[in-house]
Write a protein of this length. Structure first.
Lengths: 562, 194
């Protein structure tokens, strides 16, 4: 795509929309609003990297937010300059430790994500009605339904470029259109998962992936290099917002993507409306951008932090926080899984991480005795160094001839069955500002308080056992499960500015407008009411398309400026 | 991701904090340094280690990934990778290495007198001695660095001639075509049910 000259909006000219964050949601909203004729400035805290900046270099790029890899922020937040603190309950003093991981570059998490692209199922929006209340939780229905969102799931799939096979899963939610691209070729792990599922009476289906199986919209198809998860795609085949909608936004000539800009406050006027944002530019100089309206797309951790940082006399609890719920009902990524080795080579390091998925246990089932559901995928998300350190069977020596022998035998013969499971929304699980620890800009660090509901853990155990069943049925010569434990680190950040009709119990309304501030919108994982099955990107983007539709509608009828 | 994180933590012991302060600009600088080194053949010299220290670290690394019929840490040039790491993105571990080397020498003198250096010991003695220190932070760090130096991109100074990648069966190619592995050869999708 030939690029038009990019606009440079003056700081004192109020642009129509200021968007904070150029990630999964921000990229979509920027494209939609600029295409509709509005002037847009996007402030992104990370750099503007291009495909040519990405490389097959595990030491530099592998972004595991888990220790010990969290300090390699080529594409993600930098815990050295942006510390987190963590505690399980408010009684504890939070300790400095990496907790949240998110994409920190233009394109956000969609640059380095695995690219699993599951729609939610209709049940995800109405589980509270279906199963009744769960004591001690904020379990609730969403104010939108699957039917409301379906056109936007379709739009996301067709505009971003998703590969998959409609109807291949008996549990596939209803859809108005098939996928724009056929599934990616199956890998050995996918074949083994499929065979195992058949034996067990379950149903494996081709994974819906935000990776192009064929050329699409002027972009190249996947070359199966294998460096997807934690890496940026060097050929632009991963359907990140960087590769797809951000260039469209820029080509309107009305959208300025301003990288390396770290927002510290959304500012308000005397009437209690937002009028722009104060940020640090790449030179650490404080700047102000004026705007008629603001859309926060900074993710489920940084969005509530920014609202809490934007305290003022009109908003003493933080911006848009009359409910006191900003930062509450945090839901982190719950997972379980197992590894197995096989007789023949799988060569799983080649091609995309995931090619087959199982949704037989997606719905909760009261017969299990607890709330929870999830999906399983067959994958291999280890690169050579990570594999050697973490993916060998527990009985292999950690050094010496036995270690070397296992490296030789196992790298090409190992696969992982991985489950993505529910996390219940608890009011006690929160993002708050740390009272002591500061980031490199002098702002209070992001403090996470988090402890899983017992049903989350029961669900994780259940799914770990199903992963082991699958490896067994697939004929693994050896298998071992990951230990199940409370979640204390996550790249999936959901639920901290939850959506709802009642201003007393939610932060944004069903159109993503904050209840308190008429020209402030929030569109990202923070809008989630429940966790789905912890595969949020597809739904974040469908919500972003839907929110954009309504923001444009309101802007055109003057409903935002009033 | 907690379960995996805990799993990883467990398998890494307490060493993870060492990596918290890695910085991408420094990694970039290290990569650039490595490129320069390759160009100038400077990789045969050490910046941080003395020649004696380098021999000691190389001997430890050679027990972690031995050269038993196929190339190991020694042939991969792991010690050059570690020297680069300690003078670029992992400077903060310099003291750990200094202290660890001193301790190694002490233990060698105590347990294997009259030998003065770990690298002078025979294989069995080296393994016995390392088994005594394998829970230490120093050994843990050398282990991680050895694995990295064996399997990271060769431009960082280790994995010479890609011997690490050859051992594990990782082809360093930019694109592949199906079939990728044994089980997806002749793949036929399951029959559609009515």
């Amino acid at each position: 795509m030939t690029k038009l000259p990019q606009p440079k909006f003056g700081a004192k000219t109020a642009v129509d929309f200021l968007i904070v964050g150029a990630g999964a949601a921000g990229g979509v909203v920027a494209k939609e609003l600029s295409t509709a004729g509005f002037q847009v400035v996007v402030l992104e805290q990370g750099p503007y990297l291009r495909e040519g900046d990405f490389r097959h270099d595990e030491l530099k790029f592998q972004d595991i937010y888990d220790p010990p890899y969290v300090g390699q922020p080529a594409l993600t937040n930098d815990h050295g300059r942006q510390p987190n603190t963590f505690r399980k309950t408010v009684q504890e003093k939070a300790a400095r430790v990496p907790v949240v991981g998110y994409g920190r570059c233009v394109g956000g998490g969609t640059v380095h994500f695995t690219a699993n692209y599951w729609r939610f199922h209709p049940i995800d929006f109405i589980e509270r009605s279906r199963w009744g209340p769960i004591a001690g939780t904020g379990f609730a229905d969403w104010p939108v339904t699957y039917a409301d969102l379906e056109p936007y799931y379709t739009k996301a799939e067709w505009e971003l470029g998703i590969s998959g096979l409609a109807g291949a899963s008996p549990f596939d939610p209803p859809r108005s259109k098939p996928y724009p691209l056929p599934p990616l070729p199956v890998k050995s792990s996918g074949v083994l998962l499929e065979r195992a599922a058949q034996k067990l009476g379950w149903h494996a289906f081709p994974a819906p992936m935000a990776i192009l199986s064929h050329p699409f919209a002027g972009r190249a198809a996947c070359v199966h290099c294998g460096f997807c998860e934690w890496f940026g795609c060097e050929v632009g085949a991963k359907s990140s917002t960087l590769a797809s909608v951000v260039p469209m936004a820029e080509n309107t000539g009305r959208c300025e993507i301003r990288a390396d800009c770290y927002v510290r406050e959304v500012s308000t006027d005397k009437q209690g409306r937002v009028n722009g944002a104060i940020y640090f530019n790449a030179q650490q100089r404080e700047c102000f951008q004026k705007a008629k309206a603001v859309v926060l797309c900074a993710n489920g951790a940084e969005t509530p932090r920014l609202l809490l940082l934007s305290k003022s006399s009109l908003f003493p609890q933080g911006l848009a926080n009359s409910s006191g719920l900003v930062g509450k009902f945090l839901m982190l990524e719950a997972t379980a899984g197992a590894l197995g080795t096989f007789e023949h080579p799988l060569n799983e390091y080649k091609s995309v991480q995931v090619t087959r998925v199982i949704h037989d246990f997606y719905d909760s089932d009261p017969r299990r005795g607890f709330y929870g559901g999830g999906g399983l995928d067959a994958r291999f998300d280890f690169y050579p160094i990570g594999f050697a350190l973490w993916a060998l069977p527990p009985d292999v020596p950690r050094w010496g001839a036995g270690f070397k022998n296992a490296l030789h035998n196992n790298f090409n013969r190992t696969m992982n069955v991985f489950a993505h499971t529910t996390a219940l929304p608890l009011e006690s699980n929160t993002i708050t500002l740390d009272p002591e620890v500061k980031d490199a800009w002098g702002l209070p660090a992001l403090r996470v308080t988090y402890k899983n509901h017992p049903d989350d853990l029961k669900t994780m155990y259940f799914f770990r056992d199903r992963a082991l069943d699958l490896l067994d049925a697939a004929g693994a010569v050896k298998k071992w499960g990951f230990p199940v434990a409370d979640v204390a680190a996550s790249a999936h950040l959901m639920g901290t500015c939850r959506m709802g009709d009642d201003p007393a119990t939610s932060v944004v309304d069903r159109f993503h407008r904050t209840h308190d501030v008429p020209n402030l919108f929030i569109v990202d994982g923070s809008s989630f009411v429940t966790s789905g099955r912890n595969q949020p990107t597809c739904t974040i983007q469908a919500l972003a398309y839907r929110a954009s539709h309504h923001i444009i509608r309101m802007a055109k009828t003057g409903a935002i400026s009033k | 991701m907690s379960s995996r994180r805990d799993f990883l933590n467990r398998s890494l012991g307490g060493l993870s904090a060492a990596w918290l302060t890695l910085r991408s600009p420094e990694i970039l600088a290290a990569a650039e340094h490595a490129h320069q080194a390759v160009r100038t053949h400077a990789q045969r010299t050490f910046v941080f280690f003395t020649p004696d220290q380098a021999s000691e670290i190389e001997a430890v690394a050679a027990q972690i990934i031995p050269s038993d019929g196929t190339p190991g840490a020694r042939e991969a040039g792991v010690v050059y990778f570690i020297d680069r790491a300690l003078t670029s993105f992992d400077r903060e571990n310099q003291d750990l290495y200094k202290e660890g080397l001193a301790e190694l020498q002490k233990r060698t003198a105590k347990l294997c007198s009259p030998a003065k250096a770990f690298s002078q010991l025979g294989r069995t003695q080296q393994i016995e001695l390392l088994q005594k220190v394998e829970e230490t932070e120093f050994f843990e760090q050398v282990l991680i660095h050895t694995v990295m130096g064996f399997l990271a991109n060769p431009e960082y100074g280790g994995n010479r001639d890609r011997v690490g990648w050859k051992l594990i069966g990782f082809e360093d190619r930019f694109f592949y075509e199906p079939p990728f592995g044994f089980y997806d050869i002749d793949y036929e999708p399951p029959p559609e049910k009515e």
